[in-house]
Each structure stands twice: as structure tokens, then as C-alpha cells.
Design a protein around this ligand. Structure first.
Ligand SMILES: Cc1cc2nc3c(=O)[nH]c(=O)nc-3n(C[C@H](O)[C@H](O)[C@H](O)COP(=O)(O)OP(=O)(O)OC[C@H]3O[C@@H](n4cnc5c(N)ncnc54)[C@H](O)[C@@H]3O)c2cc1C
Length: 685
């Protein structure tokens, strides 16, 4: 049993649990961490690890891992060629702006993560000799990818949940992390959460956790964007981490790509390789147009570009010139956002020819596409038949979600899908706030580009590393109750003031639901695939004005309780952090990079026939050698930018077995110094 006592605060009785570590978030990363930590604690001789570690989550079964089509994982040595952790690190850092030591560790530990999942029952396919066969994914020259089908990450969550249940670890289900409590040295020492089912109670459902370590695996910024393929409601707790003083970095590097809007699902891989028809309509569904065809000189180029979107899925400004495949994203965005029309993919028909374009013929596709389809035996007459031949499960899963691709088209958009950046972590996934670890997508271990599948790998590796470090180096007792209560009081004061404001709002309180829509719209408009310096300045000014109005007048919500308002308050802070980062990089002349295009009247057009509003500037490659960080000061409500230089990957095989063994036996390997030690130098006033 985890000891629990009551803290008295302003006449309220607040439960306070005392234990070594709480892991927050039940995605693939959080679950792996809590399980690993339990087992590592057992190894170090902790008698009842289930009393020392607990899981806190907004909901078992929520989050991206369990609810989206995360289908591939990337592992070194998975392919048929020789491979090394060093080489894996080279691929991970090839996109720039990311630390080499962390990349190396992601490589060195990836097989361990993979085989553990395979042994837990995730059905990664192997051949008759037991060999796990790999394939190439985007931004990776090696065949390091593997997949258990469209529900790979869901399998991971389910198998890790089954393991979690075996250990009898306590799960605080339907709890939301509000705030991380720090001590006078700035070290994390506790968490303030809300038991969401009890938000209407007299004590507002508030619960305290007095701990030595916090691991935050609350996932990516899905709810920040209007046009998003993350599961609805998914939002990592960026605000809590920033408010605790941790540095975030690379928040500029989000990924955007083609996905269906309802249900939210990525349209990569075979969905594009079968070359469906694209069309658009007005808002009411009338005025059907083959909107792609006028932009192309010939049908084979158009059809091949659609095909290529299968494995060149995220928008990439480098793939725009000369009818590169990302021109498709631009034309879709132009149709949807600039022209205000709705865009669809229809698997029942091949692309229709209009104007000067000849009729679609598979045999006339460019070589890369044709060879692929021929090798796959996918030369059937229509896209849906080719899809049924190559990937029947991809049709079945839409059927399960209520859409019959044999009968209806899919409405699509260029959606926010992943954030490569996040909270800065060291080689043990510890943040700049000691004893606060961040794992999974909330950790920003990727740079401008990352190989497809490497997010799930990073989640498994980082969660294992955090667990190892905690069990072997951070097993100390939490603070004495009286000391912790004092620190917690400041947070209780802050949050009960916010909560009271929501429960009895003043005349100037902003409507939380409306504000959420405004933020999401703003982020898709100014912080999405297309950005500009002018646009982001306007977005920051508007967001700031709202933040100040909120700080003065508070928030209100229609439903009883206060959770929506609490979430929107966090969204406001996260939004400002992302916009400040985008502003920072655009001011430094970052130009278009990764998955976003930066428009500027001085730039060139992606396509001669597009309007001047599409003129964009190229990437400033020099900035690939630096990492833009953001920190937040709760007192002044101001954000500060900083720059660190990415550290290099360590050389492999620098260890001697006997020495490593000795260090390992004494657990010194888990206590070794960390990376990310470079002091950020300030370049901004
Ligand atoms: C459509 C799509 C396709 C993708 N495809 C791939 C792919 O093929 N390969 C790949 O590697 N990656 C892919 N990704 C990315 C990858 O799926 C995610 O990065 C990964 O699943 C995130 O896992 P996580 O454990 O960090 O977070 P999540 O799985 O999102 O879990 C977050 C958890 O935190 C909880 N939580 C959130 N806020 C709070 C709070 N305040 N308090 C308490 N709990 C909270 C949530 O309820 C949830 O349990 C894809 C992403 C999307 C959206």
C-alpha cells in the first residue's frame, strides 16, 4: 500500500501519497517505464516496489500510442545489412539540431526494446528461421523499419498493460497532472494532480504526490492544432513541465502530412501507393473539381507523385521543386485553406484526366512506382482493388471506424502529426530540472528530420533509461511530509485560486471552449505547415493579449467542474511556447525546414501558377548546427530563448569489457555523468 495522509489547506483536506516515483501517462512510453522501473527496483533489492512506484494517467487506453495508426518502428540491425549503433546515430542526427549521445543511445538500446516487445507478444513478423526482416522507411537509408500492422503501437500498449497488471502497481486512473512541485534547489519533488471524477467535490479532487522522482510521458501536442491527426483530446503536459522550469527545445519541428479528418488516420504507405483519385468540392459538397490535374504537365508525373506520398509522407520543403511529391501537400493546402474548399481521396477511381492530361494508365507511371506495383502484383484496374490486394487490413480498419472505402471517399487535410522537438533531456532522459524525467513524444530527442518509426523506438529506449537511472541512482526517500507540505502549499494556493475563478467566474472571464477553438485555429494558421515572420508575430500578439485577459479575468466553462478551463489554461501556455520558438527561428532566418514552408515576398514560388502568397525562402542550413531552446518564467510570464550546440555521438567500442563489467557490478554505469551540459548561451535580449 502506498502511504496516504491528508494535508489541511484552507479548510480543505487534500490526500497526499508518499512514494519514490510517479510515472505520468499510460502510452507506450509511460507503461514501459513503470514496468521497467518496477523490475529494476526488484533487481536493486527494493522489497515492495509496488509501494514505491505508481502510474498516473488521464485514462488507460487514451493517448496517441493506443489510438492512432502508428505502424512502424525503427531498429538498428533489423535489416538484412550490417549495421551499428554508430550508424544508427548518424541517421538520427543527419537532419541536424539533435544531440549525438542521445541518438547513439537510441541506437544501442533499440534491439533490447524491440525484442522485449516481441517477447511480450507484439506480433512483429519474422520468417521461418526466426529472422525479423526490416524495410526502408522515410529518412533512413537502411532497412531498419518493422511493423506489426496499422495497430503496432496499440499492440505495444496492450501488451505492456498486461505486463503492468501482473505487477500489482497502483494506477491513478482518470487523474490529470496539474503542476510539478519543486524545492528550493529547483529539483522536482512532487506533483499536484486532480482526480477528474472528483473535480466537483469540495476539495476539487486535488491530490498531492510527495516523491523523489517524476517521469512525465504525457505525449505530443495534438490538441494544439485544429487540423490534426492525433486522437482528439491528446495533449502533453507542456505547461506543467515549462512551469517547473524545464527547458524545451526544437518546438519548431512539428511534422505535417495528409490524413483523413474523420476518422483521424494517416494516409501514408499503400493508401497513396495505390494512386487514388483526389478531388475537391465547395463547403456544401457541390462543384466537384479534379483540382490536382491543372497543376501538372502530364498524368504520369501526377500519378507518380501521389504514389510517392506513400513513403515520402510528411510534407518536406526539400521535395517541392520540379514536381517533387510534396507539391501535392501544397496544392491540397492551397485548395483547402486558401480557397476554402473541401478535399477528398477516392479509392474507387484512378485520377481523372482533365485539360491537357491524358487518361491514367498504370503502365505509364514513372519507373520507381511501376516497378513497385509490378513487384507487388498490384496492377488491378482500380485503387481499391490494388489496395485490397496489397493491404486488405487497411480497408478493414476504415470499415471498423465506420467508413467503407468501396463505397465512399475520405475527406482529408494536411494534419499536424508529430512533434520532433519537446522537452530537452540528457542521456538518461532527465530534464534540466533534476529528478524530472520526460519520456516518449514529450521528450524532444529528434531534430529537423527523423526516420519514420524512430519515435516509438525513442519512447521505448528513453523510458528504459529513465527507469534504470532512477532505480540505481535516485532511490532516495522523498522529502519529510512537513517540508513537502510547505512547498505544496504555494501550488495549492495558485491552483485553488484558478479553480475558484472557474467555479464562480467574474464578468470578464473568457469562455474556455471558445478560447480552445481560437488557439487551435491560430496554430493551424500560423504555426502549421505554412509559416511567416509576419504571421507568427501577429499570432504571438493575439495570444499574449488573450493570456493577459485570462490572467486578469480568469476562465469560465459551461459544464460543472473546471477541467476544460484547466486544460485550456495549459493550452495557452503551450501555444505561446511553440509560437515563441517559431518566432525565434524565423527571426534568425531559419527559412523553410523540415515539415514547414516559410513564405516571404522575396522567395520563389513552389509552382509558377501559384499566387505570390506562396513565395517561400529556402532553409538556412547553418542553423542545423544549433538547437533553439525555450524556458518559461512563471513569475514574469515571459519566455526566454537560448541556443545550445548539439553534442556529437560518442565513438563506439571505446570500452574494455573487464572495466565495464566492474563498473556495471557496482552500478556505476547508471550513475555516470550526463550530457546536455553545455550552458545555453543567450543570443536574445
Ligand atoms: C497518426 C499517427 C501516426 C504515427 N505513426 C508513427 C509511426 O509509424 N512510427 C512511429 O515511431 N511513430 C509514429 N507516430 C508517433 C507516435 O505514435 C507517438 O509519438 C507515440 O505513440 C507517443 O507515445 P507516448 O507514450 O509518448 O504518448 P501517448 O501514447 O500519446 O500517451 C500519452 C499518455 O499521457 C496521458 N496524459 C496526457 N496528459 C496528461 C496529464 N496532464 N495528466 C495525466 N496523464 C496525461 C494520456 O492520457 C496518455 O495516456 C504517429 C503518430 C500519429 C498521430
Amino acid at each position: 500500500m502506498i502511504p496516504c495522509q491528508k494535508v489541511e489547506f484552507n479548510g480543505l483536506k487534500i490526500p497526499m501519497y508518499t512514494l519514490n516515483t510517479v510515472v505520468i501517462g499510460s502510452g507506450a512510453a509511460g507503461l514501459n517505464c513503470v514496468n521497467r522501473l518496477y523490475r529494476e527496483m526488484q533487481e536493486t533489492g527494493v522489497k515492495n516496489p509496488q509501494d514505491q512506484v505508481a502510474l498516473i494517467t488521464r485514462g488507460m487506453g487514451l493517448g496517441t500510442s493506443h489510438n492512432s495508426g502508428s505502424d512502424k518502428q525503427t531498429y538498428y540491425k533489423m535489416g538484412q545489412e550490417l549495421d551499428k549503433a554508430e550508424d544508427f546515430a548518424k541517421t538520427l542526427t543527419a537532419g541536424g539540431c539533435t544531440n549525438g549521445d542521445v541518438a547513439f543511445i537510441e541506437g544501442a538500446n533499440s534491439l533490447r526494446g524491440f525484442f522485449r516487445l516481441a517477447d511480450l507478444g507484439v506480433p512483429f513478423p519474422h520468417n521461418e528461421k526466426g529472422g525479423f526482416v526490416g524495410y526502408k522507411t522515410d529518412h533512413d537509408p537502411r532497412q531498419r523499419g518493422t511493423s506489426a500492422g496499422p495497430w503496432t503501437s496499440r499492440f505495444m500498449v496492450r501488451k505492456l498493460t498486461a505486463e503492468f497488471k501482473l505487477y500489482g502497481i497502483t494506477c491513478f486512473n482518470h487523474f490529470h497532472l496539474l503542476s510539478i512541485i519543486t524545492d528550493s534547489k529547483g529539483e522536482a519533488c512532487g506533483a499536484l494532480c486532480v482526480d477528474m471524477a472528483k473535480q466537483k467535490d469540495k476539495n476539487h479532487g486535488l491530490v498531492l504526490f510527495n516523491v523523489r522522482n517524476i517521469v512525465n510521458g504525457t505525449g505530443g501536442p495534438g490538441d494544439l492544432y485544429e487540423i490534426s491527426v492525433y486522437p482528439k483530446g491528446q495533449m502533453g503536459s507542456y505547461a506543467a513541465v515549462l512551469e517547473a522550469g524545464a527547458r524545451a527545445h526544437n518546438l519548431t519541428e512539428s511534422q505535417f502530412g495528409l490524413a483523413s479528418l474523420n476518422p483521424r488516420w494517416n494516409l501514408s504507405g499503400t493508401y497513396q501507393q495505390v494512386i487514388p483519385r483526389y478531388f475537391s468540392t465547395d463547403q456544401k459538397g457541390g462543384d466537384v473539381q479534379e483540382f490536382l490535374t491543372p497543376w501538372f504537365e502530364d498524368m504520369p508525373t501526377l500519378a507518380t507523385d501521389i504514389f510517392l506520398k506513400g513513403y515520402q509522407w510528411p510534407f518536406d520543403h526539400d521535395k517541392v521543386d520540379n514536381y517533387g511529391s510534396s507539391i501535392i501537400d501544397i496544392i491540397v493546402q492551397n485548395e483547402m485553406i486558401n480557397k476554402g474548399r473541401r478535399v477528398y481521396m477516392d479509392f474507387r477511381e484512378n485520377p481523372r484526366s482533365t485539360g491537357k492530361l491524358k487518361a491514367f494508365r498504370l503502365k505509364e507511371m514513372h519507373e520507381e512506382a511501376l516497378v513497385y506495383l509490378e513487384k507487388s502484383g498490384a496492377l488491378q484496374a482500380t485503387p481499391i482493388e490494388r489496395l485490397a490486394h496489397m493491404n486488405q487490413p487497411s480497408i478493414d480498419l476504415y470499415k471498423e471506424m465506420g467508413v467503407d472505402l468501396w463505397k465512399e471517399p475520405l475527406e482529408i487535410g494536411i494534419c499536424s502529426q508529430h512533434c520532433n522537438g519537446g522537452v530537452a533531456v540528457d542521456a538518461w532522459w532527465e530534464t534540466t530540472v533534476p529528478h524530472l524525467f520526460v519520456i516518449g513524444e514529450l521528450a524532444g530527442t529528434h531534430g529537423v528530420k527523423r526516420p519514420g518509426g524512430s519515435a516509438l523506438n525513442a519512447g521505448q529506449v528513453g523510458s528504459m533509461r529513465a527507469a534504470q537511472r532512477i532505480a540505481h541512482a535516485y532511490a532516495q526517500e522523498p522529502l519529510a511530509a512537513s517540508k513537502f507540505e510547505k512547498l505544496a502549499t504555494a501550488q495549492l494556493k495558485r491552483f485553488t485560486k484558478v479553480i475558484d475563478g472557474v467555479k464562480t467566474p467574474g464578468a470578464k472571464a473568457l469562455d474556455a471552449a471558445q478560447l480552445k477553438k481560437t488557439i487551435q485555429h491560430r496554430m493551424s494558421e500560423y504555426g502549421g505547415m505554412v509559416r511567416s515572420l509576419e504571421g507568427v508575430r501577429k499570432a504571438i500578439a493575439d495570444a499574449r493579449a488573450e493570456f493577459e485577459a485570462l490572467n486578469k479575468g480568469g476562465l469560465k466553462q459551461k459544464a460543472a467542474g473546471y477541467m476544460l478551463a484547466a486544460e485550456v489554461r495549459e493550452l495557452v501556455i503551450a501555444q505561446l511556447a511553440f509560437l515563441e520558438a517559431i518566432h525565434g527561428i524565423l527571426e534568425r532566418g531559419g527559412g523553410s525546414r523540415g515539415s514547414h514552408l516559410v513564405t516571404d515576398p522575396k522567395g520563389k514560388k513552389p509552382h509558377a501558377a501559384l499566387g505570390d502568397e506562396w513565395r517561400f525562402i529556402p532553409e538556412n542550413m547553418e542553423l542545423r548546427n544549433e538547437i533553439l531552446g525555450i524556458t518559461y518564467d512563471v513569475k514574469t510570464t515571459q519566455f526566454k530563448r537560448s541556443i545550445t550546440l548539439p553534442n556529437p555521438a560518442p565513438a563506439a567500442n571505446e570500452c574494455w569489457f573487464e572495466n565495464t563489467w566492474a563498473e556495471y557490478r557496482k552500478a556505476e554505469v547508471f550513475r555516470k555523468e550526463k550530457s546536455d551540459k553545455m550552458t545555453p548561451y543567450e543570443i536574445y535580449k
